[in-house]
Design a protein around this ligand. Sequence first.
Ligand code: V07
Length: 264
Amino acid sequence: MLDKILRKKPSVLDGSLAERVTELKKRQIPAHVAIIMDGNGRWAKQRNLPRVAGHHEGMKTVRKITRMANELGIQALTLYAFSTENWKRPKMEIDFLMKLPGEFLSTYLPELIEQNVKVEMIGNFDKLPGHTKTAIQKAMEATKDNDGMVLNFAMNYGSRLEIAETVKEIVTLVQEGSLAITDINETLIGSHLMTAHLPEPDLLIRTSGEVRLSNFMLWQLAYAEFSFLDVLWPDFDEVCLLNSIEEFQMRNRRFGNVEGEGNV
Ligand code: V07
C-alpha cells in the first residue's frame, strides 16, 4: 500500500476506529466535553524524565484528542491547561508551561484552521506572560470565524474565582439600576460565567486516578456525567476517548430522556 511505502501516519478515521466512530455517532454525542489532563508529571517520573517532559508529551495528546473530538462532532472541548493553583509550582516549571501554548500553536494552528476549529480561552488572561497572551490571541483571531468545534483552553482558571467575578458583575448591574434583584436566577448567573456562550459540559473526564474536581467548572458541571480514568494523560488516546463516550451513552440510555435534568 502506498501509505505504508510513504510511512504516512494513518488518519484518525482509519480502520477499526472509523467503525467505532460511526457506531457512536448513531447515538447522542456529548455537546461539550471537559477534561482535567492529569498525570503528566507521574508519566515522566515513571521514565526517569523531568516533569516538563511529561507536560510536553501531554501536549501531543491534546492534538490527538482535539482531532478525534472534532471527528465525533463534539461542539466544545474544554481542557484544563493551567489552574490558578499552578502558580505555586517551581518557577522553572511555570516558565516551561507558559511556553506550551506558543509551541502548540506554532505547530498545530494550520491544522486547527483546516479542521474549522475555533480556539478560545477561559480564565484570567491578564496575569499570563506577554508571549503566552500573544500566542493565544493570535490563534483566537485566526480562528474567530471558524464555526466548527470550540477548543476552549482553561488557562489560569479557577472556578470559585470565576463565580466571585460573576457575582461582582451582577451586583454592579443591580447597583447601576439596570438589573432587579428578582431577575437573579440560575439562567442569569450562567449567562455571566466565562462559558456563557457554550453548551453546559455533559461529560467530564479526569485522567490519572484522582477523583476530585479541583476547582474546575463547579457551576457548569452540575449535571455532567463523570469519567475518572486511571490512565495518565500522555497515555490517553483516541480509544480512551471513545470508551468514555460509549460509557456516557450507556448511562444516558438508562437515565436520559425520562425527566431530563435533575435525575439522581
Ligand atoms: C499544556 C499540555 C497538556 C497537559 C497539561 C499540562 C501541560 C496545550 C496548551 C495550550 C494552551 C492554550 C492554547 C494552546 C495550547 C497548554 C499549558 C499546558 C499551560 F491556546 N497544552 N498545554 N497550555 N500542557
